[in-house]
Design a protein around this ligand. Structure first.
Ligand code: 13P
Length: 287
């Protein structure tokens, strides 16, 4: 059964580790992430962007697929199915479809509008027992065609949103979606520290987990980050392994063209990436 992310994130915050959110794109992705989490006894959050939801034939298909896998793969670790960077309409659609966790990203609105829309969802999610992530200070880089500026969140605005009663808060601290440019100055730990001071106990979310050096990840966790999102890194490792299979001409040998064979190296690569991240996040054995 899908669970809210609340308990797993509060435990992570108290235990000084982070739970990984890994974004899913299709059946293989979902299966590999769930199998790795189960094997490593780690709680896990499956992230679904609105674009990925559309690609997978809608949120109901996603809920059906994930619920089917929890049963079919005998998954016992806590799993949350989470809308990533949702619009208000997307959040409503995911609540109706059976997601267990919602992110409403109102960071591009003026703070009053972000507060108003987040408030409406706090009440709904509360009644339904779903976890809710809100965002302040747009995360840089590009995701589903939405480009943020990589700004740093204002701690006072973070407090206003946190005080609404959301479950976890994503705040821009110089992080970017996708690959980091070579001249990226790194995470703004001074900003993270002042946000943490103003929001108190609230578990913080670090987006753009791809390519952040291990020492920065660990420092961010020590300063209150309890959820880290990874998407691009699984895509990169999947495509590199798939490229290798094709370039080595393995699809031309015997039944090497069977899609289950073509996709197998990419799947193994995703599993290795998820495992590597979970080791750094410290969530292995915490289910
Ligand atoms: P990356 O694609 O940079 O790993 O970021 C993922 C993310 O933050 C999803 O919300």
């Amino acid at each position: 059964m899908l669970v809210s992310a609340k308990e797993m994130l509060n435990k992570a915050r108290d235990g000084h580790y982070a739970v990984g959110q890994f974004n899913i794109n299709n059946l293989e992705w979902t299966k590999c992430i769930l199998q790795t989490a189960e094997e490593l006894k780690a709680p896990v959050i499956l992230g679904v962007s609105e674009g990925a939801g559309k690609y997978m034939c809608g949120f109901e298909t996603v809920v059906g697929m994930v619920n089917g896998m929890l049963k079919g793969l005998n998954i016992t670790v806590p799993v949350a199915l989470h809308l990533d960077h949702g619009t208000f309409e997307g959040a409503k659609a995911c609540i109706n479809a059976g997601f267990s966790s919602i992110m409403f990203d109102g960071s591009h609105y003026p703070i009053e509008e972000n507060l108003k829309l987040t408030t409406a969802l706090v009440n709904t999610c509360d009644i339904l027992g779903l976890s809710l992530e809100a965002e302040v200070g747009a995360i840089g880089g590009e995701e589903d065609g939405v480009v943020g500026m990589g700004e740093c969140a204002d701690p006072a605005e973070c407090k206003m949103i946190a005080d609404l009663g959301v479950t976890m808060l994503a705040a821009g601290i110089g992080n970017i979606h996708g690959k980091y440019p070579a001249n990226w100055p790194g995470l703004r730990f001074d900003v993270l520290e002042s946000i943490k001071k103003t929001v108190g106990d609230m578990p913080l979310v670090l987006h753009g987990g791809t390519g952040i050096p291990e020492d920065m990840i660990k420092k961010a966790i020590s300063l209150g980050v309890a959820k880290i999102n990874v998407n691009t890194e699984c895509q990169l490792s999947f495509s590199a392994a798939t490229r290798k299979y094709i370039e080595e001409g393995k699809d031309l040998v015997g039944k090497g063209f069977d899609p289950r064979k073509v996709l197998a190296p990419g799947c193994e690569a995703i599993k290795a990436t998820v495992k590597e991240k979970m080791e750094i996040f410290g969530c292995i054995g915490k289910a």
